[in-house]
Ligand binder design. Structure first.
Ligand SMILES: *Cc1c(COP(=O)(O)O)cnc(C)c1O
Length: 378
């Protein structure tokens, strides 16, 4: 089976994890801050908080920005459900902004129109969560300008996008976002098995997320209202156990050494697909000139999607579909969303297939996928 995505683990990764297993710390040792510093330095952000998943990072980000009951959070319908669920965890309401037909990212025009209408009805979003779909950045400069005009805050869901760039700067720099989050699930760009990270340049947001990551407990004497001795800690809020282990962080730190290499390989694969599929009735992913994608996914659009998908699957190619529009999920339809609410996202979904895309995909394997696509179409 050739999957749509998979991790690349080498001997150095294995050695790093084993070294941690033999060390004094399986969790909360030196690897977590070392991994955080590595990602923060790579991205140019001030603060980075490693957590046990991107879902947890999204939840902490919403809480740190004060999302709560009666607040409104907007995101893209073409994303994994976690981008929307994080607002519901906080008791807030979710709404969606339709996608751009070319990039499949949140449409800036649709966002502007929705904001104009929301201002009239008096219910503007508190937070907007643009998702860098497939690893390509959203148009953050325009979204930030709207944030300044309408007073919302921005969480970038960059789960697909570590190693990507926007206007020649690393995604994760947080120039246009209050908080950026990454996922380190095995199909993503680098992995810690399960894992995620939240980056910010705001010290208060960083402190708040650090507190909530670990039960709402602080051991920092400067933050405590009193101090009984060296054993003392204070629970100051109701937090969670969202911590990353040292074993995971050691793997992540080791993977960071090869991040740029992973991205170059993904670009080489994308370039080959784009060239060799150019003769077929297929839409290959369009790239905005302001972006350098991390190419987590290589989503194509095709008319007779289901038959092509089934033919590839029966040939043991693990193609997939990213994503089923979140508002059409039964849980979201029960909240009042309907088929037809976000037509561009729904039209995209009818035609989407994600082709295999990961650094260890060989040219022979890729040729097989391309050959099967030719056969499936003619
Ligand atoms: C994978 C993913 C998440 C969730 O990541 P986890 O680390 O599995 O929690 C969130 N948003 C998007 C867009 C994703 O692709």
């Amino acid at each position: 089976m050739i999957p749509y995505g998979r991790q690349d683990i080498n001997q150095a990764d294995i050695d790093a994890v084993i070294e941690t297993l033999r060390s004094d710390w399986l969790t909360q040792g030196p690897a977590v801050p070392a991994f955080e510093k590595s990602v923060a330095d790579y991205c140019g952000a001030q603060y980075a908080l490693a957590v046990n998943s991107a879902t947890s990072a999204l939840h902490l980000a919403c809480l740190a920005l004060g999302v709560g009951k009666n607040d409104l959070v907007w995101t893209s319908p073409i994303t994994f459900v976690a981008s929307a669920n994080c607002a519901l965890y906080c008791g807030a309401d979710v709404d969606f902004v339709d996608i751009d037909a070319q990039t499949y990212n949140m449409s800036v025009e649709a966002l502007r129109t929705k904001l104009i209408n929301a201002e009239k009805t008096g219910r503007l979003p508190k937070v907007v969560i643009p998702v860098h779909f497939a690893g390509q950045s959203c148009e953050m400069k325009a979204i930030k300008a709207l944030a300044d005009q309408y007073g919302f805050q921005i969480i970038e869901d960059a789960s697909h996008a570590i190693g990507g760039r926007y206007l020649n700067e690393p995604i994760g720099l947080c120039r246009y976002a209050d908080i950026t989050i990454f996922s380190f699930h095995p199909v993503k760009i680098i992995t810690t098995a399960e894992g995620g990270m939240a980056l910010t340049n705001n010290p208060e947001l960083a402190q708040r997320m650090a507190l909530l990551r670990s039960h709402g407990i602080t051991r920092d004497a400067k933050q405590m209202t009193e101090n009984h001795g060296a054993w003392y800690y204070q629970q100051q809020d109701l937090g969670f156990n969202y911590r990353m282990t040292d074993m995971q962080a050691a793997l992540g730190l080791s993977q960071m050494q090869r991040l740029d290499d992973f991205i170059l390989k993904r670009h080489a694969i994308a370039q080959r697909y784009t060239q060799q599929l150019s003769e077929l009735p297929i839409n290959t992913p369009w790239q905005h000139p302001d972006t350098f994608s991390a190419y987590h996914l290589y989503p194509i659009r095709i008319n007779n999607r289901k038959s092509v998908f089934d033919k590839l699957r029966s040939a043991d190619i693990g193609v997939n579909v990213h994503y089923i529009p979140v508002h059409t999920q039964p849980y979201y339809q029960n909240l009042g969303f309907k088929i037809g609410d976000f037509p561009i996202a729904e039209a995209y979904y009818q035609e989407a297939i994600s082709l295999p895309m990961y650094p260890t995909l060989t040219e022979t394997q890729q040729d097989l996928v391309i050959d099967l696509l030719h056969k499936a179409l003619f």
